[in-house]
Design a protein around this ligand. Structure first.
Ligand code: BJW
Ligand code: ZN
Length: 242
C-alpha cells in the first residue's frame, strides 16, 4: 500500500494535501473527535460558537489563552516536514501554523489561525498574537467591540479568500492526499468529495478509518508522522532519501 501511494504521488504534477488535527497529533496537540479529543472535554457549543463567545467572552478568551500557551511549545513533526518538502499546495483545517514552521510555502488555512486576533464586529482590525504570551480579553482599538481569535467557529462562514483558493486548488489538482481528518466538518470535508467527483486519485492517511475512507483510492491506516515520510520519500528531518 505504501508503494502504491508513493507511485500515485510520484506520478502527480499538481498534488494537493488536505489536513486535519491528526497531522499535529504527534506534535502533542489534541485532536477534536477522538476519545481523548478536545470535544470530549469541552463543549463546542460553548467554546467554538458565536453564541458561546457572546455569552461568556471572558471564559472563552481564557480558554483560548490556555490553548495558545500549549501551542507555543509545539514543534512540527515528521509529517509536517515531509509535506513541507513536497511541492504540494496544502489546504489545512489546522489553526496551529506547524506547516509554516516546517517551511511549507503554499498553505490555505480554512479555519483560520491561532496566532492572530480579529475584531468580533468585523471592522477589519486584526493583530498578530505571540502565542507564548497571549493577551486576555480586550477591546478593538478601532471600534471597541471585543477582539477574538481569528478562527472559524461553528455556524460561521469560512474566509472567502481561503475557501476560493482551496476550491481552485482542488479543481486544478491531479491527486489529493488527505491526512489526519475525520472528514466530519463541512464545508471543508466537501473538498474531498469534490476531488472524488473529479475522479482524481485520493490517498488517505489516518489513524482510523473514517467516513471518507470509501472515497480513497489508497488508504493507509496509521500515524501520519510514520507514514508520510515513507510515502513522500523523505526521512523525518525532511531531507530526501530518494
Ligand atoms: C491521526 C493521528 C495521527 C489521530 N496520524 N491520523 C453539512 C452537513 C452537516 C453539517 C454542516 C454542513 N454544512 C455545515 C455544517 C455545520 C458545521 C458542521 O460541519 N457540523 C458537523 C460537525 C455536524 N460546519 C460549520 O458550521 C462551518 N461553517 C459553515 O458551514 O458555515 C456556513 C453556515 C453559516 C451559517 C449557518 C450555517 C452554516 C464552520 C466549521 C468550523 C469548524 N471549527 C473548528 C474549531 C476551530 C477553532 C478551534 O480549534 O478552536 O475547526 S471545529 C474542529 O473540527 C476544528 C477542525 O479544523 C475541524 C475538523 O476536525 P479534524 O481536523 O478533522 O479533527 P478530528 O478530531 O475530527 O479528526 C482527527 C482525525 O485524525 C481522526 O480521524 C483520528 O483518527 C486521526 N488521527 N491521530 C493520523 N497520529
Ligand atoms: Zn473593530
Amino acid at each position: 500500500m505504501i508503494e502504491q501511494a508513493r507511485q500515485l504521488i510520484d506520478g502527480a504534477s499538481a498534488a494537493v494535501s488536505f489536513s486535519g488535527a491528526g497531522l499535529s497529533a504527534e506534535s502533542g496537540l489534541a485532536t477534536f473527535r477522538d476519545a481523548d479529543g478536545i470535544w470530549a472535554r469541552y463543549d463546542p457549543a460553548v467554546y467554538a460558537s458565536v453564541r458561546g463567545f457572546e455569552t461568556d467572552p471572558d471564559g472563552v478568551s481564557e480558554w483560548y489563552r490556555l490553548r495558545r500557551r500549549s501551542f507555543a511549545s509545539a514543534a512540527p513533526n515528521a509529517a509536517h516536514w515531509a509535506l513541507a518538502t513536497s511541492n504540494m499546495v496544502h489546504v489545512t483545517q489546522n489553526i496551529d501554523t506547524l506547516l509554516e514552521k516546517a517551511g511549507a510555502e503554499s498553505i490555505v488555512h480554512l479555519h483560520g489561525v491561532l496566532d492572530r486576533d480579529r475584531c468580533h464586529a468585523q471592522c477589519g482590525h486584526a493583530e498578530h498574537i505571540d502565542v507564548s504570551d497571549p493577551p486576555a480579553l480586550r477591546r478593538c482599538p478601532r471600534c471597541n467591540a471585543y477582539m477574538r481569535p481569528d478562527v472559524v467557529w461553528f455556524g460561521e462562514n469560512l474566509p472567502a479568500v481561503e475557501w476560493n483558493a482551496a476550491e481552485a486548488a482542488i479543481d486544478g489538482a491531479d491527486l489529493l492526499l488527505v491526512v489526519g481528518t475525520s472528514g466530519e466538518v463541512w464545508p471543508a470535508a466537501g473538498l474531498i468529495h469534490s476531488a472524488h467527483r473529479r475522479d482524481i486519485p485520493i490517498v488517505v492517511v489516518n489513524a482510523d478509518p473514517t467516513s471518507v475512507s470509501p472515497l480513497a483510492t489508497v488508504e493507509l491506516v496509521g500515524k501520519a508522522a510514520e507514514l508520510l515520510p515513507a510515502i513522500l520519500g523523505q526521512n523525518p528531518e525532511g531531507s530526501s532519501i530518494m
